[in-house]
Structures are given as C-alpha cells and as structure tokens.
Design a protein around this ligand. Sequence first.
Ligand code: 6PG
Length: 234
Amino acid sequence: MEIEIFENKKELARYFGDMLVDMARSKERVYIALSGGSTPKVIFDILAEEYRQKIDWKSLVFFWGDERCVAPDDAESNYGMTKRHLFSKLPIENSNIFRVKGEMEAELAAADYSAIIDGEVPKENGTARFDLMILGMGDDGHTASIFPHQIDLWQSDSLCEVATHPESGQKRITLTGKVINNSARVVFLVTGSSKAEKVDEIINSKGSFKKYPAALVAPDNLLWMLDKEAASSL
Ligand code: 6PG
C-alpha cells in the first residue's frame, strides 16, 4: 500500500494526470474504471484544462466502478458527471466509453454491464482485469456502491451487483470485490476532512475497520491519494 498526500486538489489532480500520461504511453489500450460522486469533478476539470495535449486520450478506455440507476442525462448520473467535466472537453471517442445503462431495470443493467465488461476487458485469473481502478470512499467507509449494510455484495461471484443506498434507497449498479481486487492497480481518490477518521481506521487497521467495504480493497497495487484534510488523522 502506498500513500501520497497532497496540499490541495490541484496538486492531487496533477499527480494523477502524470500517472495517466505514463499509462497511456505504456499500452495501446488502457482499461480504466472511474469513480463517481463529487470528488472527481475538480480532478476531471483540471485534467481537461491542463492535460489535453499531454495524454494520448485515444489509448484510454473508460468504464465505471459504479453507477446510479438513473438516465445518463440525470444530475445523479456518474456517466453524466464525467461527460460534463471530462469527456465533453476532450477528443475521446464514444467507442472508448462503456457506461452502465442506468435507465434499464436494475437487475438487467447489472447483467448487461457484467456482459460488457466480460466481453471488453482483458482477463487475468479468469476475471476482467482493469489496468486502473479509481475508487472514492464515502464518509461511512463505502466504496464503489458497496455500503456497510450490504458488505456481503463484496464477495459476490458476479462482476456486478445491484446495491441500494442506505439513506435514499436509490438503486445502484456496482462492481464487486472479485473484479476490484483483480485490478492491476487501484487508486483511492479521497479528499476532505469528513473522510479523515475512516481513512485512519482503514489504513492503520484500527477497531472494527473490517466492517467498511473500503477496507476490503486489496489489489496487487494500491495507492491512496489524499489531500491533507483527508490525511489529517494519520
Ligand atoms: C458514487 C461513487 C461513490 C463515491 C463516494 C465518495 O457513485 O457516489 O462512486 O463510491 O466515490 O461516495 O463520494 P464523494 O467523492 O462525493 O465524497
């Protein structure tokens, strides 16, 4: 496990952008699963502004670690957020973007996305292996859309499962531990003081940290990218 702590989101975004520059040079097709929520917005804005010419964007193939069960143009859509903050500003072909069809009935959307991943992403150990998996972490220690009250979804034998947000009841499609931990590299992008306590519990294996889905993330290569607020309890 590596930890990188940044003064602010701009520095964090630049470190992440430089990582993408190297990855895009390293392979003809780089399979990336993105996180949603609010943290990526600022990072995507900085990538679009400062890395347009630096990254060979046509080498990158985009998926999501989770998606809300809403239409792609819904304000809640992770695909829609990524399109507004990143794709709409860069030369990225639609053929390199594989979104979850959140507008479908949830179980059908999960099966559809599992089939897409199985058909598109190269395998290792018989399972899809993303070159890079970006994850966020909620204040409750959830990651992707696996929440503490449904932590058993992590062990599913499927690539995707239907999850439910504990407060809103909103249905989500989420990748499971089977594919998350099969990634070549997972990068947690976590910012803000509200995450600091859980970040410390998980990184330092404190108390009942194993009840947090984010604590189950254990790929071959794991990097926590934190701003100083999120790292303030370490
Ligand atoms: C989502 C995300 C989710 C997110 C965390 C952190 O669909 O909401 O994928 O896992 O990464 O909830 O969200 P924030 O970045 O908004 O704090």
